[in-house]
Design a protein around this ligand. Sequence first.
Ligand SMILES: Nc1nc2c(c(=O)[nH]1)N[C@H]1C(S)=C(S)[C@@H](COP(=O)(O)O)O[C@H]1N2
Ligand SMILES: [Mo]
Length: 341
Amino acid sequence: MKKIPGSEITPEHIYLNRRQFMTAGALSAGALALAACGGSSLVGGAASGKTTQAQGAAAPTSLESVYGAGALPPELAYAEPYASSTTDEIGDPLNKFDEITNYNNYYEFTTNKEAVAKLAQNFTAYPWQIEVTGLVDKPQTIDLDAIYKKFAQEERIYRLRCVEAWSMVIPWVGFPIAALLKEVSPKSTAQYVRFVSIMRPEEMPGQNAMTLEWPYQEGLRMDEAMNPLAIFATGMYGKPLTNQQGAPFRLVVPWKYGFKSIKGIVKIELTDSIPPSTWNTAAPNEYGFYANVNPQVDHPRWSQASERRIGEIGRRETLMFNGYEEEVASLYTGMDLARSY
Ligand SMILES: Nc1nc2c(c(=O)[nH]1)N[C@H]1C(S)=C(S)[C@@H](COP(=O)(O)O)O[C@H]1N2
Ligand SMILES: [Mo]
């Protein structure tokens, strides 16, 4: 057995202990000062531009300049990429910061994975607001600053498995979807959660092409969204998300194919009917609503039995539910996984 029991995963390997973050924050204080002076590329995406303005004696940290002073817990304010571990909970090494930020699927910019980073450089990710609406008692539009103040950000090291059969191990920073949903008091009639990405063709050249229907949309069943593994990510390696990763706010659902992990979310709607999802709409015979990682159910055009881990030679076997079977299999009891692809 490669895997450790799920009961051990949560407290010891997935949740980042606040203390560890604080220790690392203290260690990287020197590096942070250097980054502010050099305007270095250590801070990616939207953050790097603002770093230059942050020079001088009373300069805010790069993260404060992005999120507003005090918006982010100080222990998360790293200049250097930081993760609490060098591997995930089954011993797979983390992908490098540069690998994760230079090989991306974000069709709003381009279908060329290696060109997303550059095209996304000038995207305006801050300020940002998210509308939470639909079958809830307390609909609201939440500012990103408020999200940082309200929800403790924690590290989650997850495998990301794209339906195209490549994968990475990524140390996200974020918080459970369940925490945000609780805040808006879902009505008992709410059965699904719909997520909608930003529509901004003037900054997203790919939206001027008809590659997909815009804006990008995704959905989860309510119980899937409430599962503790499902998170909203706001950062990675202890830094804010880069634009190419879907800054400033995206979904990460590690047991499902990557296309479910929608980027640049501006709207969350609770509904009583199954929400449309972009890839399912584009090719319903190839991409289902569930999209659970399953090595036994092939894509019509390729095998899903194995995958190419970015940075490695050769292939790895794909794990059922991407290795999170113990945590999520019970969500699908009685369902035909081959049909509910
Ligand atoms: N809005 C939006 N979200 C998206 C996509 C996209 O094109 N647009 N691509 C998806 C796909 S196919 C994958 S594999 C992951 C990739 O995330 P990464 O680039 O951070 O690795 O984002 C998903 N989220
Ligand atoms: Mo993907």
